[in-house]
Design a binder for this molecule. Structure first.
Ligand code: MN
Length: 333
């Protein structure tokens, strides 16, 4: 198996002037970074992270190599944020895919950008979001459908640049011929439901460039609240015909001309996630803040909350009683 065609589309969306998403399309290395921070700091963070990857090259080496790449990107963003007050607190997500010489694909992931695979006729999400709402869903305290419209869904719990080291999720996928991989920012996944992304991929199967553009259109149609980026690549059988040479400089690739943004093709008539309140700016929170936010959720599950508190109180009372008895016993002797 080997890498087939690839494509990328990026667009600021309908509500933002700046595009703070960045991407790396340097086969066999692909990545996406969604920056956050005041003024233009988000743009700097994602560009620094993508630039670090671009420079580090495409040498293979499995999950260790991918961790190395993401850690280096993290160091660069963190260093700049520490030395340049204008960018203090900036950060970025990063989702990386490296196609190894044996065809396996190694992924590295931090934040709420996503990797998906279309295998056969089914789309599967490969990454777990490092976000407050995803955390609540994993704990069974929030339904997946409520998470899609949660006002705090842009709050991420892990990002590049906020600490000297970053905890990177890694995993390896053994591909099948015909697999199509998608890396995207939340500007796509927040605006277009998974089954609608699947529909777009299936409908445009023969045309990756067309797929990337259709995904951006679908996100704009769903509201375009945030910057939208989609990176696509396919895995084909070794004996598949060679792909045509990609057009010029992929990095400079601009998708939707402003006047094209609203031009929806009839075949793009896919259901988008509706009634999404306008997204809050992406921000990262510390583990303790997550704890506080999680505590705020407790009224939804009062039984569990009171139960835990009662248990904690009982343990404390028992410990105090034990100490009193021991002290009394010690004095009595
Ligand atoms: Mn975003």
């Amino acid at each position: 198996m080997r890498l087939g065609r690839h494509a990328v589309a990026t667009d600021p969306g309908r509500k933002r002037r700046q595009n703070e998403d960045a991407f790396v399309v340097r086969p066999p290395l692909f990545a996406i970074a969604d920056g956050m921070g005041g003024a233009r700091a988000g743009e700097i963070a994602s560009a620094l992270a993508a630039g670090a990857l671009d420079e580090s090259g495409t040498r293979s080496g499995g999950e260790e190599r991918v961790i190395e790449l993401v850690q280096e990107a993290n160091r660069r963003v963190h260093e700049r944020a520490s030395n340049d007050p204008a960018t203090s607190g900036m950060g970025t997500t990063m989702t990386v895919a490296l196609v190894e010489p044996n065809g396996d694909i190694t992924f590295g992931h931090v934040g709420d950008s996503r990797a998906y695979v279309l295998r056969g006729d089914a789309l599967e999400q490969l990454t777990d979001d490092h976000s407050l709402v995803a955390e609540l869903v994993r704990r069974g305290e929030l339904s997946a459908s409520d998470a899609e419209v949660h006002p705090q869904r842009s709050v991420i719990t892990r990002a590049l640049g906020t600490d000297p080291d970053v905890d990177v999720d890694t995993f390896t996928v053994h591909p099948e011929p015909g697999d199509i991989y998608l890396l995207c920012s939340d500007g796509l996944s927040d605006m277009v439901a998974g089954d609608a992304i699947e529909e777009v991929l299936l409908r445009n199967r023969g045309d990756l460039d067309g797929t990337a553009k259709a995904l951006v259109r679908a996100a704009n149609r769903g509201g375009g609240d945030d910057n939208i980026t989609a990176v696509l690549f396919e895995i084909v059988a070794d004996d598949a015909p060679a792909p045509p040479e990609p057009d010029a400089e992929t990095r400079e690739y601009q998708t939707t001309a402003p006047d094209e943004e609203d031009t929806l093709h009839p075949e793009d008539g896919v259901p988008a996630i509706s009634e999404i309140p306008s997204a809050v700016d992406t921000m990262v929170v510390s583990a303790s803040a997550v704890g506080a936010a999680l505590a705020d959720q407790e009224p939804e599950a009062p039984q569990a909350g009171i139960g835990r508190r009662l248990l904690a109180l009982t343990v404390i009372v028992a410990l105090i009683a034990l100490i009193v008895v021991l002290v009394w016993w010690g004095l009595a002797r």
